[in-house]
Design a binder for this molecule. Structure first.
Ligand code: FES
Length: 150
């Protein structure tokens, strides 16, 4: 089986896996980084969102062979101590209900705010529309993105 060199949260990891193994599986099952969640496995829900070279991506759709030597960031690496403005805003607004989708929500929000530091409500709604929340915490998510941007 081939070995892939991955850069995750600033650290190098060598993993042995079939080339089409989803990055989500590598994170959770090979490296025990379980902050990134499995929701649908087909790119529809956003629960597995991580950053690749700073852009939000769905780790269930990325094959391990596609991301070798790219900068991968997971929720565990967004900040050292949950001090990223998005994480602070999520706490301030008390966003989560069940919490399952929230790592993906925060990763999408963080990547979005890198692109647009001062978004309006409609831009926030558009940017976050790919992340589904079964508890329908959408209003609080939008408010937290506004807080993080301020
Ligand atoms: Fe990847 Fe749903 S688990 S988008």
């Amino acid at each position: 089986m081939p070995v892939y060199n991955l850069k995750i949260n600033g650290q190098s990891h060598s993993v042995e896996a079939d080339q089409d193994t989803p990055l989500l599986w590598i994170l959770r099952d090979h490296l025990n980084m379980v902050g990134t969640k499995f929701g649908c496995g087909i790119g529809q829900c956003g629960a597995c969102t991580i950053h690749v070279d700073g852009s939000a991506n769905r780790s269930c759709l990325l094959q391990v062979s596609m991301v070798e030597n790219m900068e991968i960031t997971t929720i565990e690496g967004l900040s050292e101590d949950a001090s990223h403005p998005v994480q602070q805003a999520w706490k301030e607004v008390d966003v989560p209900q069940c919490g399952y989708c929230q790592a993906g929500q925060m990763m999408s929000a963080a990547a979005f705010l890198q692109q647009n530091a001062n978004p309006n409500k409609s831009e926030i709604r558009d940017a976050m529309s790919g992340n589904i929340c079964r508890c329908a915490s959408y209003n609080r998510i939008e408010e937290a993105v506004e807080v993080a941007a301020s």
